[in-house]
Design a protein around this ligand. Structure first.
Ligand code: ZN
Length: 274
């Protein structure tokens, strides 16, 4: 676990009610009662992570914001809790020095700007994969108008920093290219000594995809590349010193890939990262 000078705190902005259809599975080949409730829904977080290190307070992903978004098949996202969660950690929006966006889907950037397109994290640099900038901000990708306007302003003011290669953001904190779910999707590696925590964003939606490798994620812009990236990340999580968590992993718990009855299994790591 990252300790010493770095600390890592999961904070959920709210709830993502997912159904098998999200993963491209219309029926359930196996019931997966560990994941889907009897009504067929998985109640997942809308994850963000706060990394404290030296003078930097880095937020990884900015939730859905104070909003509700309805998705097909009765799925929905309900956000709004991020700033409350940060306050519980003794952090205000003005304290954040950097926001790293794993990607530019609505449930990862909702708190970046208020309804008038003014920055919520007024002092923060915003780090974004260049492929996502091209797809969502200057391209045709779907994005709420006030977020797009805020991002365009932040490019003019120099607040937006575009990433086109693996990049060190601060000591022990690196953004790594992990395209597929979106063209410029980033993972964030937090390292301390030999230990490494990998924040995989939506490159892996849930550990269940290790058991069901044909399940993709609704919204994968390039499903073939996304599957390749997922497999690469599973392999990284086999490393004994690496743990990982995605933005929608149940309870935002970290885990690790080890041997299992069907080849490999994802096991949650016990203990706290704080
Ligand atoms: Zn997401």
């Amino acid at each position: 676990m990252p300790t010493g000078t770095l600390s890592l705190h999961p904070v959920s902005d709210g709830t993502f009610v997912a159904r098998p259809e999200y993963f491209g599975a219309s029926g359930l080949p196996r019931p997966h009662p560990e994941f889907f409730s009897p009504g067929g829904a998985a109640w997942l977080p809308i994850g963000c992570f706060l990394v404290r290190g030296g003078q930097r307070l880095v937020l990884v992903d900015a939730g859905l914001g104070p909003d509700l978004q309805r998705l097909p098949h009765g799925m929905r996202l309900v956000g709004g809790q991020l700033l409350t969660g940060l306050r519980a950690l003794g952090v205000t929006a003005a304290d954040i020095t950097d926001v790293i966006c794993s990607h530019l889907h609505a449930d990862h950037i909702g708190w970046l700007f208020d309804a008038d397109a003014r920055p919520v994290f007024a002092r923060a640099a915003i780090w974004i994969g260049q492929g996502d900038w091209r797809h969502f901000v200057t391209g045709a990708g779907e994005m709420l108008p006030h977020i797009r306007e805020g991002l365009r302003d932040s490019a003019v003011s120099g607040v937006a920093r575009l990433i086109d290669r693996d990049t060190t953001i601060a000591a022990g904190i690196a953004a790594l290219l992990a395209p597929g779910h979106t063209p410029g999707h980033l993972c964030v590696a937090v390292s301390s000594g030999q230990q490494r925590a990998l924040l995989v964003g939506d490159a892996i939606t849930c550990p269940i995809q290790l058991d069901e490798p044909t399940w993709h994620s609704m919204g994968d812009v390039d499903p073939v590349l996304a599957a390749r990236t997922r497999e690469r990340l599973w392999r990284e999580l086999e490393d004994e010193h690496t743990v990982g968590v995605g933005a929608h992993f149940p309870e935002l718990r970290f885990g690790h890939v080890g041997p299992g009855a069907r080849g490999r299994r994802f096991g949650y790591t016990e203990g706290s990262l704080r």
